[in-house]
Design a protein around this ligand. Sequence first.
Ligand code: HPA
Ligand code: ZN
Length: 383
Amino acid sequence: MSAEAVSTREQRQEWKERHIRSNDKFVTDIPKIELHVHIEGTMTPELRWKLAQRNKIPLTVGSERVPLSTLAEIREAYQNIRGRIGATSADGKRNMTFFEAYYGGFDLLQTEEDYFDLAMGYFERVAEMNVRYCEPFFDPQGHTRRGIPIGMVLEGFKRAQIAAEHRLNVRSQWIMCMLRDMSPESAMDQYEAALPYKDMIVGLGLDSDEYERPPSLFDDLFKRAREDGFRLTSHCDFNQKDTHDHIRQVAERLGGTGAERIDHGMNVADQEDLMEVVKSKDMGMTICPCAYIRHASEEAVFPRIRKLFDTGIKIAIASDDPAYMEDNWVLHNLHMVREKCSFKNKDMVQLQRNAVSICWAGDELKKELLDDLNEFEMSFSSQ
Ligand code: HPA
Ligand code: ZN
């Protein structure tokens, strides 16, 4: 294999097993904050199976619509998801692209109970990883365009959110993402329809297919959202067409003054002046390594992460769409950077401090999260 080749699935699986076997207590036990996870991207094969049965929806894979009739077949289909954004493959007719898997999962969500189960499944899973606070994304248009009322989606999420806080000690606030491959008008309509639920939504984001869809198309919406008190972020996925331009728009102009965070934005590391803008504005970045290494070489990914970190840019590590990315949750993403960026204990703590700093929790909760981190660090150093 040449130095710059993308790893194989088998290799990545080997790394993951090695990380888990290493029983690295610092990584498993550190209190965690997750700031980049699409709740719809947490639909495990087990939940897909349960929802399909409950709602009597036949499952298929690929454009040939090959039927999936057992849980084992769903698991296998998840293993064969190709690439990410807009990816196709020679045998794509019988395999899922990332977006096919992701939006295919939306169709199974039909009742408030389904939304509750989706969110509760995520909270339960990450509680085991000691996630204390998270800001999950959701894509309202992906539900309402199928005729699902926004209230049904958010009532289900809200019940799970409250249960997670009480039963699991996982606190959360939601970020509403607009689909950038839909029109700005549709985004504005959706935004207005969600306003009655403003109390549970802390921020506005932008996701889906970035191809020829610059963030500036949504400027009016982001301005309005800022005036209404929402926090702002936008995806600028790794190595996308025009990504440096898109990053610049997000950093300098979106919503009038630029957004407070960039989701991914790894290509900031390519240009000194972009690094300077992000650093001087004290912007946060959410970085999801296991997502990138499925389509980029290790050499393209980890030195960039290390560079951003060493420059003092506030990066936080997260999972993106864990169910569709080889079952890599925030814990596995942290294990990955621990090894591949040679992060020491103090660096792992710094990543979590970064996350506290760039998250949108209130001051009291931020202090609590920092106190927990300090206590963890001290207890570890005295062992
Ligand atoms: N990129 C863009 N849009 C998305 C993603 C992603 O990884 N996941 C869910 N929506
Ligand atoms: Zn994402």
